[in-house]
Ligand binder design. Structure first.
Ligand code: BTN
Length: 258
């Protein structure tokens, strides 16, 4: 069930058993004329997807959710919704587990870490039609298990708090989304969102490596700018990065992003 604040704000929930991907279910609802503010949750997915076309293994026991938003904002601002959703996820997991920053941290652009191990990933997809941008935010939260074969550290919530469960995380997440989205929707709302995000940011001030199409860049993670780009201080100046995969420590040619 969604949280009380989410239900009061008119959000709806559809729960399915196994689906291909909740992202596709949300797109299908959009195609059928759904008005948005719809959460779609599946017990498992057989074609779960992650960022950059990667697979997202989706056995039952974890949370697989997509939130459909119809024309939530001007198109140019849509990438900021990833930060809003990341903060809502941080709030929710903090509420359910009692964990807090810096142990519970957000990794740019939008992963959630516990003790530097990935516990959740977030995927933002847009659908542009007739000058309108609709958005689907997908969240996968490892609750009962995490994949054993990731090339980065991974964890799951029950490892940290045995009582953590799908229902509690979904209720807390849906309520936290309402609050964080309302705050962000105020004029100038990215300022406080950005500040809150930075308070919870992993690797801030540390040496990181960003892998871009043109090659890896290593520098100091200085923050995010007023539009959410990562600020990387490298020899010779500051580089602003729109998108990419973030590694910390030394670049490793064979490694996958964390
Ligand atoms: C990532 O870290 O690469 C993002 C993972 C996003 C996974 C979620 S699970 C619910 C939704 N449905 C999907 O197919 N993907 C997202």
């Amino acid at each position: 069930m969604l949280g009380e604040a989410a239900r009061a704000a008119g959000y709806r929930l559809v729960v399915r058993d196994e689906v291909g991907s909740t992202m596709e279910e949300a797109r299908r609802a959009l195609g059928q004329g759904d008005a948005g503010n719809l959460w779609i949750v599946a017990r498992s997915q057989n074609a779960g997807r992650g960022r950059h076309g990667r697979k997202w293994g989706s056995p039952s026991g974890n949370l697989y959710a997509s939130l459909l938003l119809v024309a939530p904002c001007e198109s140019a601002l849509a990438p900021q919704l990833g930060f809003v959703a990341g903060l809502a996820l941080h709030d929710a997991v903090a509420r359910v587990t009692g964990l807090s920053a810096p142990r519970l941290a957000l990794k740019w652009p939008n992963d959630l870490l516990v003790d530097r191990a990935k516990v959740s990933g977030l995927l933002l997809e847009g659908e542009s039609r007739a000058g309108r941008l609709d958005v689907v935010i997908g969240l996968g939260v490892n609750i009962a298990s995490c994949p054993a074969d990731t090339p980065y550290p991974a964890t799951f919530l029950k490892q940290h708090r045995e009582q953590a469960g799908i229902e509690a995380v979904l209720a807390a997440l849906s309520d936290a989304w309402v609050a964080r989205f309302a705050a962000w929707s105020q004029p100038g709302g990215f300022g406080p969102t950005r500040a809150a995000w930075l308070e919870r940011a992993a690797f801030l001030g540390e040496e990181i490596t960003i892998r871009l199409a043109e090659g890896p860049f290593t520098g100091r993670f200085a923050g995010i700018d007023a539009s959410g780009r990562l600020e990387l201080d490298i020899a010779g100046g500051r580089r602003l990065i729109d998108a990419g995969d973030l590694y910390f420590g030394q670049p490793n040619a064979g490694a996958e992003p964390r």
